[in-house]
Design a protein around this ligand. Structure first.
Ligand SMILES: Nc1ncnc2c1ncn2[C@@H]1O[C@H](COP(=O)(O)OP(=O)(O)OP(=O)(O)O)[C@@H](O)[C@H]1O
Ligand SMILES: [Mg+2]
Length: 429
């Protein structure tokens, strides 16, 4: 297993050299077929006849497996725009360094502005705000992921998938234009900000991301996402979660097949163990990765963190014993939340994470089941802090202490001790 780049992506496939970049992808060959989510009826309708992008042996590297599915007669309800390189250069102020939103394995992502109803660049602050992802020109893998991304996101439309507005393919330039997600990635909010992400937002994001995965898995021709992680969950102004980065997505098994065999790609700390061992990919591999992200959301710890003591670097390995023991699981909660979390919510999320991380993929829940478990957690108001205060006042009444001898405010500073109280409280229920 070799770490192939600095963002933690890895692959067992020896990367090939691109002999001829496929430039056959143009506005005419971008898929016009669409898997569309109808929010009003909560149904999916599949117009696509074929969304398999590669021959079964994906390891074969040649320009002929770079083409997306060819167009068919059916019309897409949303067509992708084809931008010129010059248009995107102007839209991002010549790819100005101060408009960089982030950098991933694919390359830099820039903030830009385009006119409504077209590809023309707009003045900063006017028209539509977009995120422009620019591919680093270093080989086949990036181009291949670019094609897969256009092919999948051009067809898949759902409120919890980021919207691909268009693309640019011109000489060696490969760019993607997405709707701009105001709050950036979940990774930023969980690990890079000083203000902790509130529990209610964590649940909202978890549910949104789960719905995105459930949509991908639940269609007549399921799609396996393969790269579920906090940096690929983007957030709009209201903390609605949308999955981005479909470069590693793969059509799921067809007919009576139980899995697809692929080269192993993904990100350290997120990939399901059986997939890493065998290359056999199922939708349950995504469920495992979802379990890892659930743990990150619960604990505020990264799935892999080399800065921690050796026994704590791998989050799943560290957390498993806590998840399995109801008396210990409240010790997992992100300490930055203090007591501002739902007691029942933590219990349910922990149980769910435990099930998603089951070593036997068949024992893991489906994403539809995950959505069912998470949905009611949005309405829970049993905050640990409230229960803590009511417990304190009960104790105060019992002991009949004189007023002001021990204020609630002072007590709440001893979070460690009171969290233990809450754990006992929960177990008594
Ligand atoms: N549509 C978008 N709107 C706003 N910010 C975005 C958008 N897409 C990406 N970003 C920002 O750019 C960063 C880099 O994204 P990118 O997907 O290229 O890399 P990554 O997810 O961090 O890593 P990887 O290459 O492993 O997927 C994201 O973390 C996010 O902060
Ligand atoms: Mg990403």
């Amino acid at each position: 297993m070799a770490d192939n780049n600095n963002c933690g992506c890895w692959t067992f496939l020896k990367r090939g050299v691109c002999n001829s970049y496929s430039t056959t992808l143009s506005a005419n060959t971008i898929p016009r077929n669409s898997l569309v989510y109808d929010a009003a009826t909560e149904t999916r309708c599949l117009n696509a006849s074929n969304r398999e992008l590669y021959p079964p042996n994906e390891a074969r590297l040649s320009s002929d497996n770079l083409d997306p599915p060819t167009s068919t007669k059916s019309k897409s309800p949303r067509q992708l725009l084809q931008f010129s390189f010059q248009e995107l250069k102007s839209a991002t102020g010549n790819f100005r360094p101060d408009s960089i939103l982030g950098e991933g394995g694919f390359g830099y992502v820039f903030k830009g502005w385009i006119e409504e109803n077209g590809t023309a660049p707009a003045k900063p602050g006017s028209g539509i705000t977009v995120a422009v992802k620019s591919l680093k020109l270093d080989g086949l893998q990036g181009h291949r992921e670019w094609v897969v991304e256009v092919a999948f996101l051009g067809q898949l439309h759902h409120p919890n998938l980021v919207k691909l507005i268009g693309y640019c393919i011109e000489e060696d330039h490969r760019l993607l234009v997405y709707e701009f997600m105001t709050r950036g990635s979940l990774e930023n909010h969980l690990f890079r900000r000083t203000i902790p992400l509130p529990w209610s937002n964590r649940i909202k994001i978890t549910l949104g991301a789960a719905k995105g995965l459930a949509f991908l898995h639940g269609g007549p021709e399921p799609v396996i996402y393969r790269d579920f992680k906090t940096s690929n969950i983007l957030l709009d102004s209201e903390y609605n979660a949308k999955l981005s980065d479909f470069g590693l997505a793969k059509a799921g098994p067809q007919g009576d097949k139980t899995h697809v065999s692929t080269r192993v790609v993904g990100t350290y700390g997120y990939a399901a163990p059986e997939y890493v061992m065998t290359g056999h990919l199922t939708s349950k591999s995504d469920v495992y990765s979802f379990g890892v992200v659930l743990l990150e959301i619960l604990t505020g710890r990264r799935s892999m963190d080399k800065k921690r003591p050796s026994g704590e670097q791998n989050l799943v390995t560290w957390a498993r014993p806590y998840l399995a023991d109801k008396r210990k699981l409240y010790q997992l909660v992100d300490p930055r939340l203090e007591l501002n979390y739902s007691l029942k919510g933590v219990l349910k999320v922990s149980q769910l994470a435990y099930n998603c991380l089951h070593r036997d993929p068949k024992a893991r829940p489906t994403m539809d089941e995950v959505v069912k478990v998470l949905t009611p957690l949005q309405d829970l108001n049993d905050l640990a802090i409230l229960s803590h205060h009511s417990r304190l006042s009960q104790q105060g009444r019992r002991k009949k202490k004189p007023e002001g001898s021990k204020s609630t405010k002072d007590s709440s500073l001893n979070i460690g001790k009171h969290r233990k109280d809450e754990i006992k409280l929960q177990l008594c229920k």
